[in-house]
Write a protein of this length. Structure first.
Length: 193
C-alpha cells in the first residue's frame, strides 16, 4: 500500500495543449455532454422501439389482420421516424462537440497554462483569466488516451496532458490522489442547513 500523498507533492505543471489534444478532449467532452445521463432513453430506446414496431407490423401483415399494402406503409413510416430521430440525435452530438471544442479551444489559445493542485481543487492559470475546479463540484477524474480529465458537475473539464509529468508514476499518483479526494467528498454526509 502506498503512503498517502499531499497536494504539495504535485506540480506546478506548465503546459500548452496541442491542437490535436484540444480536438480529442473536445470530442470526449462533447460526447459526455450529449449523453449526460440519457444514454438509454435517447440512444437505445429508439432502436428497441423500431425493432418492436417492425415485428408488430410483420405479425399483423402475416396473419392478415392488416392488408399487406398498409403494412408496407406502416414500415415506411416507422423507418422514416427512426431515421429522423437518428438525424436529430446526430445533430445534438455535433452541437455538443462544437460547444466543447469552443470551451477547450479557449483554454488552448490562452497560451501556456500552469496547473496547480491544492487540497480542495485544481486551478489552471495563464494569460487569460484563471480557471478553477473545486473537488466538491466534480464527479470524477479519468486518464484516457494521454490526457487526464477532471469532470465537473457542469461545464468544461480540466484537461492535463500526461506528457507534462516527469514520470508516468507521477501522473498515476495525481489521478489516485484526486480520485481519493472525490471519494471522500462522496462519503461525507450532506450538510444540514
Amino acid at each position: 500500500m502506498s503512503p498517502a500523498r499531499t497536494a504539495a507533492e504535485f506540480g506546478p505543471y506548465v503546459f500548452e495543449l496541442t491542437p490535436d489534444e484540444a480536438r480529442i478532449a473536445a470530442a470526449r467532452a462533447g460526447l459526455r455532454r450529449a449523453l449526460e445521463g440519457r444514454l438509454t432513453l435517447s440512444h437505445f430506446a429508439p432502436i428497441a422501439a423500431f425493432v418492436l414496431a417492425m415485428a408488430f407490423i410483420a405479425i399483423l401483415t402475416t396473419t392478415a389482420l392488416v392488408a399487406r399494402r398498409h403494412g408496407e406503409i406502416a414500415l415506411l413510416l416507422a423507418t422514416g421516424a427512426f431515421m429522423v430521430q437518428r438525424l436529430t440525435t446526430r445533430r445534438r452530438f455535433a452541437a455538443a462537440r462544437r460547444a466543447s471544442l469552443g470551451e477547450i479551444e479557449a483554454l488552448r489559445s490562452a497560451g501556456p497554462l500552469v496547473a496547480r493542485l491544492d487540497e480542495s481543487g485544481l486551478s489552471l492559470e495563464g494569460p487569460a483569466s484563471p480557471a478553477r475546479w473545486d473537488f466538491a463540484a466534480c464527479r470524477e477524474i479519468e486518464d484516457a488516451g494521454g490526457l487526464i480529465y477532471l469532470w465537473p458537475n457542469s461545464g468544461p473539464p480540466a484537461v492535463l496532458p500526461t506528457r507534462v509529468f516527469p514520470t508516468p508514476e507521477e501522473a498515476t499518483g495525481l489521478v489516485e490522489f484526486v480520485r481519493g479526494r472525490l471519494l471522500r467528498q462522496l462519503a461525507r454526509p450532506p450538510e444540514r442547513r
